[in-house]
Design a binder for this molecule. Structure first.
Ligand code: ADP
Ligand code: MG
Length: 628
């Protein structure tokens, strides 16, 4: 048997790196600035622990565009490299100097914020440049080095006369990548990826308007002054301790994150853990707009203050992706697919930590200022209800703060609600019957009828509410939710004394027959009921179960398989005590009776918002003819 070593040749890998390592060419700049930041943070660390006496000072990283020379420069004042180090760190592809540094200074450097770890970032420069130069001078007392490579495996390494400490990377930009010589484009990239990096980044200069002195005359013109254009805020709010921040700091950080957002966030949650994983961040509850699809200001993911992505799918639980803000964690593996990510143990822990923190915050807001919480309820309920549906842990926790508003603007927790209705809203089997409306206008008459009987009616109008009610019924014992216009309202609440019908059995039978002759059977089941004479003569109700299943189908509950297209089925409840119904019964001419029934049915449909299109047009026309 022969054993051997597979020979991986650099010549073959190099073009692959250039082409496929990063699908997004623009990230080369992020990589170079990350390296410049690392080099500066390394120097800071070495001076901090007294390994060198060079002065750290106030280093900046500078980016310069040379449009004529077709060059882009990234200049730092960090540790720099000796010739030997260039050989080692640059010429050996996939040898990460960042990892080596962290290994060497294991104990002291773990919080130094150093970014790099694959040893491939530098080569992303070749995605946009056909030639790359490095001019670098180490903080150690050694001559500067000059490295040049034209995107092949050949390079030259000589001396340079650079005097100041640090590294300058020069990219000779490809013709097809000339967008990266545009100042606007570079500015845009710097803001996107480096806005919160820890070392100041300078890109050109800008004009700043000076404030006018107090005693300036009214027509005085403000003076401007040329200042460095510093891209980043090196100390963003999420890197600070919550105790050092006030509410206004969180709000101003929100504006910094989303300059185009004019609406203030409702509240924030500061995330801060270092065990068993490292994660910081701030999440904001924005005011939710109805249209969730146009939401483009999303949660941003950072690693050591470097922007990575605003796709946090798999990291943040889905129901919280509607929030805004920042998450920063070096512990999230990024070089793997999203589906793999979801199975990753550390990521799972991160996701459940975030869920817990959000639940805790909501609970404390509820406990500390219930009135305020109630006022915000309508803006936050969609997140909470969605969370209750999708995460069992959150469902449990939410029992303490999830609210159930009534049509009269009272807000109850579920326990409070139960207490309120337990005496007069039960059915014959002892189940608690929770009545709710989904639309105060459309279900107005039903709501009024229920209120008149002394029932509490909730107003639950989220699009996913039928799913949530289904879940509540299965989680809680002896609870049924019934919409006010459902046919079960009267079956379930058996409190009223039986009403006596004015009609005889014979008359009832005839009446039922008369209606069934005219009303389409496949749509309506005719039911006779003795109600008050001033209640509606006809009432359309829908079976709770069927309506809810239909709604769940529409809002896509995932689990609604095989229901096909459910037919529209209604009950037509005929009030045998209403004078109009007696009239219909006693009408002798068949034609006239049919007309009366049809018109009454249309009126009942109209009140349920079921009369539409051509039928509505005809109805209106007919009504005009009648009144003229
Ligand atoms: P990584 O950052 O993952 O270590 P890179 O390919 O980005 O890998 O960089 C390789 C190494 O080259 C770095 O670890 C560092 O040692 C060295 N290097 C790159 N850029 C600089 C720089 N601006 N100053 C000093 N050293 C640098
Ligand atoms: Mg790097």
């Amino acid at each position: 048997m022969a054993t051997g070593k597979i020979n991986v040749s650099v010549e073959n890998i190099f073009p692959l790196i250039k082409k496929f390592l990063y699908s997004d060419h623009e990230i080369f700049l992020r990589e170079l600035i990350s390296n410049a930041t690392d080099a500066t943070l390394k120097l800071k660390h070495l001076t901090d622990i007294g390994e060198t006496d060079v002065k750290y000072g106030n280093p900046v990283i500078e980016v310069k565009v040379d449009k004529e020379g077709k060059k882009l420069h990234v200049i730092d004042q960090g540790v720099g490299m000796t010739k030997e180090e260039v050989e080692k760190y640059i010429n050996e592809v996939a040898f990460s100097g960042a990892e080596e540094f962290l290994e060497k200074y294991k104990d002291s450097a773990k919080d130094s914020g150093i970014i790099g770890h694959f040893g491939l970032g530098f080569y992303s420069a070749f995605m946009v440049a056909n030639k790359v130069e490095i001019i670098t001078k180490s903080y150690k007392d050694e001559p500067a080095a000059h490295w040049v490579c034209e995107g092949t495996t050949e390079f030259t390494l000589g001396d340079a006369d650079k005097k100041e400490r640090g590294t300058e990377i020069i990219l000779h930009i490809n013709e097809e990548d000339e967008e990266f010589l545009e100042e606007n484009r570079i500015q845009e990239l710097l803001v996107k990826y480096n806005k919160f990096m820890p070392i100041p980044i300078k890109f050109g200069t800008k004009e700043e308007t000076l404030p006018l002195p107090e005693d300036a005359p009214e027509d005085a013109e403000a003076e401007t002054k040329t200042v460095d254009n510093i891209i980043n805020n090196p100390e963003p709010a999420w890197t600070k301790q919550p105790t050092d921040l006030e509410d206004k700091d969180y709000k101003s950080f929100y504006r910094e994150l989303y300059p185009m957002q004019f609406e203030e966030p409702l509240f924030h949650i500061h995330l801060n853990v270092d065990y068993p994983f490292n994660l910081t961040g701030i999440l904001y509850f924005p005011k939710m707009t109805q249209d969730m699809n146009i939401q483009k200001d999303k949660i941003q993911l950072y690693q050591n203050q470097v922007y990575v992505t605003d796709n946090v799918e798999g990291i943040v639980p889905e129901f919280l992706t509607m929030l805004r803000g920042v998450i920063d964690s070096p512990d999230i593996p990024l070089n793997v697919s999203r589906s793999y990510l979801q199975a990753d143990g550390a990521v799972k822990k991160i996701s459940s930590y975030i869920t817990r923190k959000v639940a805790d915050k909501l609970k404390s807001l509820f406990n500390n200022n219930r009135e305020d919480f109630e006022q915000k309820w309508n803006d936050i309920k969609i997140v909470i209800e969605y969370g209750m549906l999708s995460e069992d842990k959150f469902f449990e926790k939410a029992q303490k703060f999830a609210l159930y508003p009534t049509v009269e603007n009272e807000y109850y927790t579920f326990d409070e609600l139960q207490e309120k209705i337990k005496d007069n809203q039960t059915d014959k089997d002892g189940n608690l019957v929770v009545l709710y409306a989904s639309n105060q206008d459309e279900q107005h008459s039903y709501i009024e009828a229920a209120k008149a009987k002394g029932y509490k009616v909730l107003l639950l109008d989220s699009p996913i509410i039928s799913h949530l009610l289904q879940k509540m019924e299965s989680e809680k014992e002896k609870i049924t939710f019934v919409r006010v216009d459902s046919d079960q309202v009267d079956n379930l609440i058996k409190k009223d004394e039986e009403k006596i019908s004015k009609l005889s059995e014979e008359e009832k039978e005839k009446l039922k027959g008369d209606f069934e002759k005219v009303i389409p059977k496949e749509k309506y089941t005719v039911q006779l009921e003795a109600m008050d004479s001033d209640a509606a003569p006809l009432l359309i109700t829908q079976p709770e179960f069927m309506r809810r299943m239909k709604e769940m189908q529409q809002t896509g509950g995932g689990g609604m398989f095989g229901m096909g297209n459910m037919p529209e089925m209604y009950n037509l409840v005929v009030n045998t005590n209403h004078p109009l119904i007696s009239d219909i019964l006693n009408t002798k001419t068949e034609k006239k009776q049919e007309r009366l029934i049809k018109h009454s049915l249309d009126l009942a449909r109209l009140s349920q918002n079921l009369l539409k299109g051509e039928e509505l047009t005809n109805f209106v026309k007919r009504s005009f003819d009648m009144v003229k």
